[in-house]
Every structure is written in structure tokens, then in C-alpha cells.
Ligand binder design. Structure first.
Ligand SMILES: Cc1cc2nc3c(=O)[nH]c(=O)nc-3n(C[C@H](O)[C@H](O)[C@H](O)COP(=O)(O)O)c2cc1C
Length: 209
């Protein structure tokens, strides 16, 4: 009788042990299965937010030519596009505009622009567009370079002009942003901007951005 009871107890203990083992094993596996994809997704989401930098097209355009070019470029490369809008509007009269632009240049002015609502750290490539004004960039472009630290980023300059092309502006940008990579620039006559798309693609493709 005692022997039978002992055998029964041993059998029960063995069952309990096996049962507990199976329970713990399936519980662990279940938890791992549930958590693994969630954790991976979280990590991927975080990586996407922090690691993937984008392209910004930023431009100033007074009479619309550079804006057309900027939109071509934005449609081709994607990312975001923002316009530099002077807080004090330029004169509508062309001769007055010529005078104001020249005065700004001679006084090395830094005309202010409205808040761009961007975080520059979101971008690793900056396309910067401007009209040729008196053989140089409009001074508002200097304000942009003063405002943002573009170290480590790639800057791709483009402009429209009445015939002077880029003048010395690409070299100037390299001086203003010595810790950035400044690509070759792209220029087109303001009057020809509507037909510039294929030239834009030929400029951008070899840059490998
Ligand atoms: C103040 C001012 C200065 C300019 N200076 C030059 C110049 O030195 N060389 C040139 O080729 N075009 C010059 N232009 C012509 C513009 O570069 C050209 O019209 C450009 O396409 C205008 O671009 P936007 O329409 O984006 O403002 C000047 C225009 C203005 C308003």
C-alpha cells in the first residue's frame, strides 16, 4: 500500500514537472514571438526618423524665373522646397529695384526673410537657387548662409540670369561654406527657363545625389 502511494506521488510529481516545463516553454516562446516584430519595428521607425536625411530646395526669386527652375528641380529630386521671402518687399519698379539691390550689395546688407519653418538638420543636400543680381547673388542669399550651418552637407547651386550666368557665385558659396561640399552650379537664361528641364536632368544625374 505504501509502495503504491509512493509510486503515485512520483508519477504525479513527474506530471507536474513536465506540465510546468511545457507551460514555461510555450509562455517564453509566445512572448518572444509577440515582442520580436514589435521591437524590430520600433527600432526601424526610430532609424527612419533619425537616419534618413532629405533634400531641400531653397530659392529666392523676384520675378518668377528662378522659381520655375526651383520647381523643376524639386519635381525631379523630391524632398522639400521653400522660398526665401524678404520681410521687406522689394520695389515693383524695375529701376528702383536695380538701385535697391545695388545699395544692398555695396553696404554688404543682410536683408531678412520670413521664417522658413524648417529644421536644417533634416537635410543633407541643399539645392540653392537665386537670380544673378549685379554679377552676384542677391544679398538675401548671404543672409541664408549666415543663418544656417551647412557644414557636412552637399550644396548644389543654380541660378537664372539675363546673360551673366553664375558669375563667381559658386566660388563665393565655397568660401561661405568651407565645410560643405559645393557641386558645380547650373545656370539658364531667365527667358529660356521653361525649356530647361532636360538640361536640369543632365546637371543633376552625374552629381550622384
Ligand atoms: C537687381 C537686378 C540685377 C540684375 N543683374 C544682372 C546681372 O548682373 N547679370 C545678368 O545677367 N542679369 C541680371 N539681372 C537679370 C536677372 O538675373 C534675371 O532676370 C533673372 O532671371 C531674374 O530671376 P527671377 O525672375 O527669379 O527674379 C538682374 C536683375 C535684377 C532685378
Amino acid at each position: 500500500m505504501n509502495k503504491k502511494v509512493l509510486v503515485l506521488i512520483i508519477v504525479l510529481v513527474v506530471f507536474v514537472l513536465i506540465g510546468s516545463g511545457i507551460y514555461l516553454f510555450t509562455k517564453d516562446s509566445g512572448e518572444n514571438n509577440e515582442n520580436a516584430p514589435v521591437n524590430n519595428n520600433n527600432n526601424n521607425d526610430e532609424n527612419n526618423e533619425t537616419d534618413e536625411l532629405s533634400t531641400l530646395v531653397v530659392y529666392f526669386s523676384n520675378s518668377g524665373n528662378t522659381e520655375i527652375l526651383a520647381n523643376f528641380i524639386h519635381n525631379y529630386v523630391g524632398g522639400d522646397i521653400v522660398a526665401l521671402e524678404p520681410t521687406v518687399a522689394y520695389p515693383e519698379d524695375y529701376n528702383d529695384l536695380l538701385d535697391v539691390a545695388q545699395e544692398e550689395q555695396q553696404s554688404d546688407a543682410r536683408p531678412e526673410f520670413n521664417d522658413l519653418n524648417i529644421d536644417i538638420e533634416d537635410y543633407d543636400t541643399i539645392f540653392i537657387g537665386y537670380p544673378n543680381w549685379w554679377g552676384d547673388m542677391p544679398m538675401i542669399i548671404y543672409t541664408f548662409f549666415d543663418t544656417y550651418d551647412l557644414s557636412g552637407k552637399t550644396i548644389a547651386p543654380f541660378n537664372t540670369s539675363g546673360g551673366s550666368g553664375l558669375s563667381r557665385t559658386v566660388g563665393t558659396i565655397r568660401e561661405l561654406e568651407p565645410d560643405a561640399t559645393v557641386t558645380d552650379g547650373f545656370t539658364v537664361l531667365g527667358d529660356n527657363v521653361d525649356n530647361a528641364m532636360s538640361d536640369v536632368e543632365e546637371w543633376i544625374d552625374p552629381l550622384g545625389l
